[in-house]
Design a protein around this ligand. Sequence first.
Ligand SMILES: NC(=O)c1ccc[n+]([C@@H]2O[C@H](COP(=O)([O-])OP(=O)(O)OC[C@H]3O[C@@H](n4cnc5c(N)ncnc54)[C@H](O)[C@@H]3O)[C@@H](O)[C@H]2O)c1
Ligand SMILES: N[C@@H](CCC=O)C(=O)O
Length: 543
Amino acid sequence: MSNGVFKIPTAKNEPGNTYAPGTKERETLKAELKRQSEMVVEIPVIINGEDVKTDTVKQVVMPHDHQHVLANYSQAGEKELRDAVEAAMAAKEAWANMPWEHRASIFLKAADLISGPYRDVMNAATMLGQSKTAFQSEIDAAQELIDFLRFGVECANQIYQIQPESMKNIWNRTDYRPLDGFVLAISPFNFTAIGGNLPAAPAMMGNVVVWKPATTSILANYYFMRILEEAGLPKGVINFVPSRGSQVSEVVLTDRRMSGFHFTGSTDTFNTIWKTVGENIAKYNSYPRLIGETGGKDFVFAHETAQADKVAAALVRGAFEYQGQKCSAASRAYIPASMWEEVKGKLLEETAKLKVGDVRDFRNFMGAVIDKPAFDSITGYIDYAANSEDAEIIAGGTYDDSVGYFVQPTIIVTTNPNFKTMVEEIFGPVLTIYVYENDKLEETLDAVNTASIYALTGAIFAQDRQAIIHLERRLSEAAGNFYINDKPTGAMVNQQPFGGSRGSGTNDKAGSIFNMIRWTSPRVIKENFVPTTDITYPFMDEE
Ligand SMILES: NC(=O)c1ccc[n+]([C@@H]2O[C@H](COP(=O)([O-])OP(=O)(O)OC[C@H]3O[C@@H](n4cnc5c(N)ncnc54)[C@H](O)[C@@H]3O)[C@@H](O)[C@H]2O)c1
Ligand SMILES: N[C@@H](CCC=O)C(=O)O
């Protein structure tokens, strides 16, 4: 029994640790890295709160030391996937009917557990399993994940307060029901926070979920699942099913009770899923909500009034942090000829300083790329540029996968604004630059707008206010997250709600009210306190 309109604790962005030499946080994180490096975790499938081991067991390795096994995980097959759907459906009624403040408490508690006792665990698992540096892990597995949980609760609370007007004798109410079925969440490898948010956001709104994590981020995703359990998530509300994507599509995506799909990953995968849903549309109980944040080919555009050193700094951080494996990473840049020599000098100087290696050595700025297919794909682009007459590699261009999947930060300069590496998402530490003549501003802006199918993030650099206004207008459809005099990465929950359009997804802005509202199916209730007995209208009494 709940009596009260409860006040949700005010959400604030989680402050980050620095891990500077001599700090306590650096010491405890290093100890946790050592502990996790010396053990092999056995990761089960988790269905209805029960650990399930299967016959298909696969390994999780460190990308920066690929012979080092961190964990073995059970892969769910068809039976486990079907069981997960049934477990979710069985948990549905009790979860949907749990008083909202108790649902909220579970996620707020999980946020506090990550902020406190499990911060090192989440960071170490993300560093070792996904090859993130301490800095990159902290902004993801700690800060962003905590923010998603706390602001998610706040957004849900705001939605529940959106209520209709009522007239004399009438009370109108909106009942924010969860969707009529279950939600399938499929997450990418590159952000532990996104992995957590994809199942958590629909669950906060009262939905039950089948969650398929990416195979290369399973370790951190598994620890998050355990934290949710410790926070009190009832059995079956989120079912954790490491599995093959194609099999999830066959078995879970096409189940008639699938009412929502929450995805982040590549555009190709989302297209395949959308097509599968379309082909099966007559089968579903209700039209499934399809929410997908996908790829990017993010740009930095410098105007002739920009400051060269700031442009160069944004390019280095925007392109090479986390090995360029951010959907928001700066991967194409447009620099005016008048500024190029200065930008180039600074870029080469700063890029030469970046150390690439094992993330347990805190002096490294970059770790390894995620796995062998990613390594082969990224180095394929580098080789293509090396052999092209339209391009010159001015930094990096080398790679080595003998110990870990290491790719040096690479800068390509091209004379063709539609060169392959200016157009396609590479998802690695490769930046391509097109130097434009100062008097070709409009043609170059057209190229920014049309070169790729994506519209995720983009940054402009300029000092002149009229130029800023002009660029902002001319590139209005080119990015869902647009930056002025800043790098195109590092969006924060509740500050820069994140998502793009065109080939970059449905732009539902993760962690915001726009996304959370997709997980409800509102029922409007009209209650009449004084029902009428009149059948006819008053004006019918006389002619
Ligand atoms: N827009 C954003 O907010 C955002 C954020 C992070 C990553 N991304 C994008 O994600 C991509 C990188 O992540 P990734 O390599 O994990 O992406 P991916 O598309 O390869 O995989 C994403 C998930 O989909 C699963 N999957 C693959 N094929 C499937 C299929 N046929 N059916 C069902 N599931 C399938 C994978 O196993 C994984 O869990 C990049 O394109 C990046 O831009 C976008
Ligand atoms: N939200 C993150 C990117 C997530 C995609 O990989 C950023 O803004 O850098």
